[in-house]
Design a protein around this ligand. Structure first.
Ligand code: GDP
Length: 534
């Protein structure tokens, strides 16, 4: 038996040992460094420094484009599998830039837990807070890593208080730092009564562990100077009195987060965190779906697409759909049903992402992430099953916050542009709308950087220079209602109507007043800022 806290009936051991999670953090807190150390301990890479090459979609456009050119690497970095102890970890990468929040949201629908990395000197930063809120919507369990303890950092109680107050979650210390900055020696492991000492001389060396019998053990005096030891004893006593103790069930329910202190770059505290993910992180969870939920232990295989990456090889126009397995035991070559089109699909060349390489996935279990190369049949939100008409729910599409008209530099190439735009729309890189009257397209994104990235990609991948121009609209809302009601509404408001890439009707305007008017005058229809992908 795995020694894990479980809130579910007993799962088959192969499923029970899966831990599928994402790392959320503010840029620069140390996500990349931590990922690298995870992979190092997971035996997936031989040397630190390999992950760095993957780059991330943040900071500048040129960084992003570099990543685009190296899509092979970025794709394998989108989902990474590795073994640690008796566990199989599936780490799903979240894009770092706030402009890609929609993508991030969808990524978080594919994981069972999140590791929140914060910088010990900075505490909870804006992006951490945003991502945390998204996790909260799904009650995702969160484990916290307070990084960069080798530098001057804030008082430990302050950090914990800040998390408790800003994020409204109980924080329980799993370890306690000894000394700060230059004097940082390591941590006292509160869960196992051990002393973990950091090795400053060798960054890749794993900390030295000293087994001790509680805080009164005289052995401590051998390793910790008297003043720091006195402080440690006092702080731990206070912490034990004032802060909650770890309740595994509360962690699983997302009400409590254990916090480990460490320094990713010095490989310190990382193994303890990994053990914590194994022990307190959840097993693959039940998936919300219509008309019924999907449980991981079901014998039949099912999964859903949470991300699509196109043009990984510009010569082949292939795409990879990232599928989170929701149940069962998948074998390569299986025929699954693509529920949206009701068509069978033979999954003959699925890929598993083993950090440095892509490998053919001979098998996968509930909790795993596999990549399915395809020619566009698989879209975000699609469900695959062994025949049952199930549809995984809760993968949203957000109304874009920025709208622009897009035109091909060469008007003769309008058809090509349409094709390129549709492809990006399916990938989830942008929303594309075709106005009911007039020519051209309106592109909608969540963050301004996406326009630039999109423009560069259309030029690079399709050889089409494009121009973006200010749109007359600033808001888009999906129109819901009976077919007749929607059609009647569209006919009466032609100037404001567009169709999205699924053909759904969208109302566009620049005035809140217009939206209010619709709500008042058309009780039979509803406007919404999100739409479920299906
Ligand atoms: P990301 O933006 O969250 O992926 O952060 P990175 O992993 O790229 O780290 C940002 C910067 O912080 C880099 O210069 C790292 O070398 C540095 N860094 C990461 N972990 C530590 C740490 O434990 N201590 C110190 N002093 N620096 C760190």
């Amino acid at each position: 038996m795995l020694d894990t806290a479980s809130n579910r009936p007993v799962l088959p051991p192969e499923i029970a040992r899966r831990r599928t999670f994402a790392i959320i953090s503010h840029p620069d807190a140390g996500k990349t460094t931590l990922t690298e150390k995870f992979l190092l301990y997971g035996g997936a890479i031989q040397m630190a420094g390999q992950v760095r090459a993957k780059g991330e979609a943040r900071r500048t456009r040129s960084d992003f484009m570099k990543m685009e050119q190296d899509r092979g690497i970025s794709v394998s970095a989108s989902a990474m599998s590795f073994d640690f102890d008796k566990y199989r970890f599936n780490l799903v990468d979240t894009p770092g830039h706030s402009d890609f929040s929609e993508d991030t949201y969808r990524t978080l629908t594919a994981v069972d837990a999140a590791v929140m990395v914060i910088d010990g000197a900075k505490g909870v930063e804006s992006q951490t807070q945003k991502l945390f809120e998204v996790c909260r919507l799904r009650d995702l369990p969160i484990l916290t890593f307070c990084n960069k303890m080798d530098r001057e950092s804030r008082d430990t109680f302050d950090i914990i208080d800040e998390i408790q107050e800003n994020l409204a979650i109980d924080v329980t210390p799993a370890s306690w730092p000894i000394g700060v900055g230059r004097d940082f020696l390591g941590c006292y492991d509160l869960l196992n009564d051990r002393l973990e000492l950091m090795d400053r001389a060798d960054r890749n060396k794993v900390a030295e562990s000293v087994n001790i019998e509680g805080l009164d053990d005289p052995l401590l005096e051998k390793h910790i100077p008297a003043d720091l030891l006195a402080q440690l004893r006092e702080e731990v006593e206070m912490a034990r009195e004032l802060l909650p103790t770890l309740v595994p069930q509360s962690v699983l329910e997302g009400h409590m987060t254990p916090i480990w202190f460490g320094s990713a770059i010095n490989s310190f505290g990382v193994k303890e965190l990994m053990k914590g993910i194994g022990k307190y992180g959840p097993e693959p969870q039940v998936q919300r779906a219509e008309p019924r939920e999907i449980s991981p232990e079901e014998a039949k295989v099912s999964g859903f697409v949470f991300k699509v990456q196109a043009n990984m090889d510009p010569k082949h126009r292939d795409r990879v759909a990232f599928v989170r397995m929701a149940s069962g035991h998948f074998h390569r070559g299986m025929k699954l049903t693509h529920v949206r089109t009701k068509k069978p699909m033979a999954i003959s060349n699925p890929v598993l992402f083993l950090a440095a390489d892509r490998e053919l996935a001979e098998e996968a279990w509930a909790g795993d992430i596999i990549g399915i190369p395809n020619h566009g049949q698989l879209r975000i939100g699609d469900t695959l099953t062994e025949g049952e008409a199930l549809r995984v729910t809760g993968i949203p599409s957000f109304a874009p916050e920025l709208l622009q008209n897009v035109r091909a530099g060469d008007p003769m190439k309008a058809k090509h542009l349409e094709k390129a735009l549709m492809q990006f729309a399916e990938e989830g890189a942008a929303k594309v709308f075709k106005p009911m009257i007039g020519a051209g397209f309106i592109v909608g994104v969540v963050g301004a950087l996406q326009f630039e990235v999109l423009g560069s990609r259309i030029e690079l991948e399709y050889g089409l220079p494009v121009r973006f121009e200010q749109s007359q609209f600033t808001s888009a809302r999906w129109v819901h209602g009976t077919k007749d009601a929607v059609e009647k509404f569209a006919q009466a408001n032609k100037q404001h109507i567009s169709y999205d890439n699924d053909g759904d009707v969208v109302f566009m305007t620049r005035l809140q007043w217009d939206i209010d008017r619709v709500v008042r005058d058309y009780p039979e229809i509803k406007l919404s800022a999100t739409k479920e992908m299906m």
